[in-house]
Ligand binder design. Structure first.
Ligand code: KG4
Ligand code: ZN
Length: 334
């Protein structure tokens, strides 16, 4: 089965053609056009600016993909329908609906977070069910019980800022620009993670929820009281607090729910300390649980992961009517 994936929920315009044969996933096209430079001057993503950029980019990207004009190599079209920025989501959605309509191809609607959950299927060694997934992105921080294909239960989520959002805000305080996650992890590599004792929020809360706004405030207060503090030390100590919190909560969820696999996904899964600490702690504490993080090229937003999730929708014949499909900016995972 060949799946055309389309993703425009935030600041990446992306198209991919994924082929799935006998359980093997192979990508013949994977195009991502990032708008990071465009949004950097505003210090964050401006929805209408993002939508305009998607409009300008999506057809050139489709041309670049070089698909047969009659759509003959595509069996199914998979498009992100939410969550995300409404004007941005609409651009990809309209392309997907139009192609499905004129090519007479089945259409599936994918939740963006499902895409992150399915990103490890783009690499070898697929997760086993039941799995536990930690999704950490710019908009979401969720612990998800991934019971079987397309069967999710959210067991914890952030009560305020998402982990990526906290990275972005603290980077801004440190004058590191947007997006902040990669800048903080680069600075952190030269800093001392034990230099500042930032709080580990919600570790004693007895549930699987997160909260990162207090940690962001702690960083702001520290910087105000210590104006000359070395940026690398603040970055390393902040990163250490976020990673320890994410890993500890994930381990408690593994203890309670006994999954066969743990999945890490979302933009923050590019963070080297998070990838390594989670892998190492699982290996030490739960050696039988397999660990799956996406390859670095699939940590951020892309259409390959949307096509991968779309494949399972199509297998389950969850087709949607292109005439009726609308963007759902607040679409929950389950
Ligand atoms: O999944 P994603 O590309 O977009 C959303 O769906 O939100 O995630 C983007 C987030 C941003 O907040 C960015 O700062 C963060 O991922 N990020 C990182 C790293 N690379 C990207 N956070 C920490 N460390 C990184 N290396
Ligand atoms: Zn994302």
């Amino acid at each position: 089965m060949n799946i055309l994936g389309i993703e425009t929920s935030c600041d990446e315009t992306a198209l991919a053609l994924l082929s799935v044969q006998d359980g093997n996933f192979s990508l013949s096209k994977n195009l991502v056009s990032s708008q990071i430079d465009l949004h950097a001057k505003y210090g964050g993503v401006v929805p209408e600016v993002a939508a305009r950029a998607h409009t300008e980019t999506i057809f050139p990207l489709l041309q670049e993909a070089g698909l047969n004009p009659d759509g003959s190599e595509v069996d199914v079209i998979a498009v992100t329908c939410g969550p995300g920025l409404l004007p941005a989501l609409r651009i990809g959605l309209e392309l997907g609906k139009t192609l499905a309509f004129v090519w007479h191809k089945p259409l599936v609607a994918v939740n963006h977070l499902e895409g992150h959950l399915y990103s490890p299927w783009l690499s070898s060694g697929h997760p086993q069910f039941p799995a536990l997934a930690l999704i950490v992105s710019g908009g979401h921080t969720e612990l998800v019980l991934f019971k079987d294909h397309l069967a999710y239960e959210v067991i914890g989520a952030t009560r305020d800022d998402a982990a990526g959002e906290a990275f972005d805000k603290v980077a801004k305080l440190l004058g590191l620009g947007y997006p902040g996650g990669p800048a903080i992890s680069q600075q952190a590599a030269q800093g001392d993670p034990a230099a500042i004792d930032f709080p580990r929020p919600m570790l004693e809360s007895g549930d699987f929820d997160f909260s990162f706004s207090g940690l962001k405030t702690a960083a702001a207060v520290y910087l105000k009281e210590n104006p000359g503090a070395p940026v690398a030390d603040v970055a390393a100590s902040f990163q250490q607090a976020v990673v320890e919190t994410l890993v500890q909560k994930t381990l408690s969820a593994v203890k309670k729910h006994q999954p066969k696999s743990v999945i890490l996904g979302g933009g923050v899964s590019a963070n080297p300390l998070l990838r390594e600490t989670l892998q190492q702690s699982l290996k030490e504490t739960y050696p039988d649980v397999t660990y799956h993080a996406p390859d670095l090229e699939f940590t951020g937003d892309n259409a390959a992961m949307i096509a991968a999730a779309g494949y399972f929708h199509a297998q389950d014949r969850r087709f949607v009517d292109p005439v009726k499909l609308i963007a759902r900016p607040n679409l929950p995972l389950a």
